[in-house]
Design a protein around this ligand. Structure first.
Ligand code: DL6
Length: 789
């Protein structure tokens, strides 16, 4: 603790105990940096010395969560440091809470990227993140009169203690201008750029500390700055700064779309340039690139890596086309994360050509060669459907598949649907490229850190080795008939619920009953995820209670942000808050039914909600959710999943056993059949089911105060537009499955037994295993040796 005092004095010229909690946090962070600094340097030195193959994970989103507790856990010094802090009269929890949670993403995609970085370091794999250092993260969500209000997330207002600015590694990114192709003496073409608009990309490196491996990998985030001496006025500077100012600029107009395109090229070009510089320090022969480098395209946003790597290999390294293409395909791999057609990015050719003229030329050549190569064998129609250029657009998902040696989905069902629907034509051409890699989570954050009562209970029964190898959780199955253990499990859950109840009271002024069943749905607000179905379930219970029926008490807990321009999702948020208001203030029901919609859902809030859940709602329309990862976090802490057969729910059911999950709803085949044959009639469901009829009417008849226009919008979607996500079709089976959970709740031991089945089966969903599979099947990278520091 000597160093901590010195750091306090060095940073703030004052004694530790005189500092604010934020200052104490900063002093502790500097002290922790002292622990891993050597390991970070040693990891890089060892990788260079041994020439370990490096994975570069390109992602437009990263959501690491707060890092202090996780760094301490992974370094193996958490207990010691906490004890030391307490001795000094400091509260570790308050110090952890002073850290800002960097919300540099929207949801599952960004959280997965961060889990992978944590896992790569934890299995000793040389893995680097590459992304954007947004000045403002995803908006801070507030509710005003039940409406979502978005405030800027000024997460860098306090210093970011973990990052290190690497000005000496800055690179230049070129936009616009004209390209002149001049023949070289060897017959190849030299690209000469005129009048480009240049921007400096400066990297900020954050350590990714492995779990007791001594490995400290790097997440590199790039910030846009003016090239020194080249910003002529404030407007120039503002234009440059805008590139990394905000996550997901509003793309409802062309200026917003162009800014997003600039962002994507920015981090892709910066990342590839820095990879090439590092690679060339050790290798003269470019054909070794795929042996030492794997670049992963996380969803379509970084797909222009295909074009940028080609540009560098052709124009700067002077390779011929065939060799450049062979190396590009061998180096790149691509994961698709969505079945939503609208989320597969495309760029208008004119916009792309104006901003990135050389990349556009290369895209045109890839398109020409693709068509020439496959037209005869697969026919014009198929080739036209999936060539990189079509309908005046550059189609990034298709480009990513064509330019990568491996393509994967993120759960078994999703990977199948990619092959049979979304990427069917490209699967016909490149079947050997496709595989499934089911997502994972990091049990270190979600169980060890977020759910200490459970983690300690597990330790007390099967010792600590599960903390390194979560497959050992299987050993808990031996306690499935042990009453004492089952009761202890319920007690651990109750402790978490009491803690969440305090958070709810503090944030919403709502006192909830911790003895009630906590029924949780936490995820982005999207029509396909069907928060609306959950609201209909609440209204069903409300009506039943009003009629005098008895139900076991339930607290419905929501966390969800809607994209700022997504009006339907915002209407659902307003409805959720209005229903919460109605229910919570009605003494006829609020002993048995309460609704807590916590604002500003993110990693930190999830850490408070997940361990407190009894029920995990995973109720997307079958065939729409790629995987889901909250389903995995919630099962790992013993929630019972109420689910459709969608995404990774199917694998969770296989792992935990059919009885350990409450399933309902149409299957993805039934949905596809109804869509193809246009046989679904939402209005008929509405007419046939009196309860459903009543609930849909409540949207517009004034029963739910304050939702006139939102209720109308939702009703129109359900009845006039025939309910695109089959909410009415699945309503009855959803309620039936939920009612079965009511019955189970009456038997605490039976409930705990199923919770245990989930916990014991959760090990296979550790992201450590996921990255090992990526390493083996896609990146050809093995987990390496511990670091000798
Ligand atoms: O793979 C991570 C995560 C999946 O678990 C979710 O099912 C999926 O919705 C999400 N996808 C995205 C991509 N964008 N969209 N839409 O966030 O990826």
């Amino acid at each position: 603790m000597r160093t901590l005092h010195d750091n306090a004095l060095g940073l703030f010229a004052d004694e530790l105990t005189h500092l604010s909690t934020q200052q104490q946090y900063q002093a502790v962070a500097v002290t922790i940096k002292g622990y891993y600094g050597k390991q970070w340097a040693a990891t890089k030195a060892q990788a260079d010395a041994k020439q370990t193959k490096q994975v570069y994970y390109f992602s437009i989103e990263f959501m690491p969560g707060r890092l202090m507790a996780s760094n301490l856990l992974n370094l193996g010094i958490k207990d010691t440091v906490e004890a030391g802090l307490r001795e000094l009269g400091l509260d570790p929890a308050a110090i952890y809470a002073a850290e800002v949670d960097p919300g540099l993403g929207n949801g599952g995609l960004g959280r997965l990227a961060s889990a992978f970085l944590d896992s790569m370091a934890s299995v000793g794999m040389a893995g680097n993140g590459n992304g954007i250092r947004y000045q403002y993260g995803l908006f801070q969500q507030r509710f005003v009169d039940g409406y979502q209000v978005e405030l800027p997330d000024d997460w860098l207002r306090e210093p970011n203690m973990w990052e290190t600015r690497k000005e000496n590694r800055a690179v230049i990114i070129k936009y616009g201008g004209q390209v002149e192709l001049r023949p070289r003496a060897n017959g190849s073409l030299q690209a000469i750029y005129h009048n480009t608009d240049d921007v400096l990309a400066v990297p900020y490196d954050t350590p990714m500390v492995g779990y007791r491996t001594g490995v400290v990998n790097t997440m590199r985030l790039w910030q846009a700055e003016s090239v020194p001496g080249r910003a002529h006025n404030l407007a120039d500077k503002a234009r440059v700064d805008a590139i990394t100012q905000i996550l997901y600029p509003d793309d409802s107009d062309s200026a917003g779309r162009e800014l997003r395109l600039r962002q994507e090229y920015f981090f892709v070009s910066a990342g590839i340039q820095s990879i090439m510089t590092h690679f060339k320090r050790f290798h003269q022969e470019l054909n070794l690139l795929p042996k030492f480098v794997a670049i992963h395209i996380n969803d379509t946003h970084p797909a222009m890596a295909v074009l940028e790597l080609m540009r560098i290999l052709l124009d700067e390294e002077e390779l011929d086309w065939d060799e450049a293409w062979r190396l590009t395909v061998a180096t790149l791999s691509y994961t698709n994360h969505t079945l939503m057609a609208e989320a597969l990015e495309t760029w208008p050719e004119a916009m792309f050509a104006g901003l990135l003229p050389r990349l556009y030329q290369i895209a045109g050549e890839i398109d020409r060669r693709f068509r020439a190569r496959y037209r005869q064998q697969y026919g014009d129609l198929l080739v036209n459907r999936v060539a990189p250029l079509g309908d005046g657009q550059l189609r990034m998902a298709y480009l990513a598949v064509i330019g990568s040696h491996a393509v994967n989905g993120v759960a078994k069902l999703h990977s199948e649907l990619l092959k049979t629907r979304v990427l069917k034509d490209l699967y016909a051409i490149f079947p050997e490229r496709f595989s499934n890699q089911t997502n994972g989570i990091t049990p270190r954050r979600w169980v060890q850190l977020a759910d200490e009562p459970l983690a300690q209970l597990i330790d007390s029964k099967i010792g600590q080795p599960w903390r390194r190898d979560p497959m050992l959780l299987r050993r808990l199955s031996q306690y499935e008939n042990n009453d004492e253990f089952l009761m202890a499990l319920n007690a651990a859950k109750l402790a978490n619920k009491q803690r969440l109840a305090q958070v709810i009271e503090h944030q919403l002024g709502l006192k909830v009953n911790p003895q009630a069943m906590f029924d949780v749905q936490i995820k982005r607000l999207h029509a396909y995820k069907r928060q609306l179905l959950h609201v209909f379930g609440i209204l069903e219970a409300y009506l039943a209670l009003k009629k005098g029926e008895k139900r076991p008490p339930r607290v419905h807990v929501f966390g969800a942000k809607a994209a700022p321009s997504y009006q339907y999702a915002k209407a659902v948020i307003k409805l959720m808050n209005a229903v919460a208001d109605m229910v919570n203030h009605d003494p006829a029901v609020n002993q048995s039914l309460q609704v807590a919609f916590l604002p500003n859902y993110g990693v930190t809030l999830a850490e408070q909600i997940v361990p407190a859940a009894d029920i995990s709602e995973q109720i997307s329309l079958a065939g729409t959710e790629a995987s889901g990862t909250s389903n995995m976090k919630l099962m790992a802490t013993g929630a019972i999943t109420l689910a459709t057969l969608d995404g990774a729910n199917i694998e969770i059911r296989q792992a935990a056993g059919e009885r350990a999950m409450a399933t309902f709803g149409l299957t993805s085949e039934q949905v596809a059949f109804a869509q193809q044959n246009q046989s679904y009639r939402a209005a008929a469901q509405y007419e046939a089911d009196p309860t459903l009829h009543r609930i849909v009417d409540m949207l517009t008849d004034g029963s739910i105060p304050g939702v006139e226009s939102e209720g109308r919008m939702i009703r129109t979607e359900l009845l006039d537009y025939n309910d695109s996500y089959f909410v009415l079709a699945d309503f009855a089976s959803y309620v039936a499955a939920s009612r079965k959970l009511d019955q189970l709740w009456a038997e605490p031991k039976a409930w705990a037994k199923l919770a245990l089945a989930n916990i014991a089966a959760s090990g296979q969903f550790s992201a450590d295993f996921t990255v090992e599979r990526y390493g083996r099947d896609i990146w050809q990278v093995l987990p390496s040796q511990p670091i000798e520091s």
